[in-house]
Design a protein around this ligand. Sequence first.
Ligand code: CP
Ligand code: NVA
Length: 330
Amino acid sequence: MGVNLSGRSFLKLLDFTPAEITYLIDLADDFKRLKRTGTPHRYLEGKNIVLLFEKTSTRTRCSFEVSGMDLGMGVTYLDPGSSQMGKKESIEDTARVLGRMYDGIEYRGFAQEIVEDLARNAGVPVWNGLTTEFHPTQMIADMMTIREKLGRLKGLNFTFMGDAGNNVGNSLMVVCAKLGLNFTACGPAAQMPDAELVETCRSIAAENGCTVTLTEDFDAGTRDADVIYTDIWVSMGEPDSLWAERIKLLKPYQVNAAAMANAKPTAIFMHCLPSFHDTKTTIGAEIAEKFGLTEMEVTDEVFESAQSVVFDEAENRMHSIKAVMYATLK
Ligand code: CP
Ligand code: NVA
């Protein structure tokens, strides 16, 4: 049966079948070819979208803006200070207003419940550009990148190192279970994904012939991995006061040369970005001064190595977000 996502919201990958997710990855590949060959694709001319950002962004915002414009749409960006949402107007009312004016709404912010609430009330597709719990558009780009680099998805060993219970770790566990990759979360017990989500993913994985493993053992977690992935140790919306505790907990799970050497020789390194792999950022410099640590979740050596595909991954955010918008708006 053909896949039709027209009119659907894109809030979390638990809502989508493996066939639907694969369709979005295939479509993202098609859009990449069109972009690379300079072929116009203004398929959604006359439509308008609004981007609501309650947290900062480089990749996600720019991907939605450029993709919207490439598809011929009008794009409005609203930052946390420039709308009434939450402060003077409820999410429900905001959704009902924006749904009258726009054909699609992107939301980046806090609780997953907010984006679900927006979608229930907007009457137009709503896309999750990152919440505390999930980051689904990142997943389409990540799976697209892995398939591009390694030629397949099913049966690969995927390891997430570090803060595995964050939005990116949770989402990777879901997408791996859906698409048949063996997912391993390698980190301290305190930072593992929520037990209920792990159980849900284990039963999805069983249907798709793969596994979900949680381990605190660096060697076991990295052994024979095809993909090693990590993310920052303190996410947006979490207090800076957490840095000391997180550094202590997560430093043993830093992606370094030993992790890559323990993985397969063909292994790739991935990161959703932004990354603290040196001291060239304000936070990176502050951490270096306070804790004497010049690289955090990944060493600069691994980040800059030939195995690192992080900038292809970042580019693919644009192609995949375009696919998500096109599939749901066409
Ligand atoms: N990976 C990602 O979502 O990046 P931004 O925070 O820059 O959007
Ligand atoms: N876990 C990170 C992802 C950033 C793209 C955060 O939420 O800040």
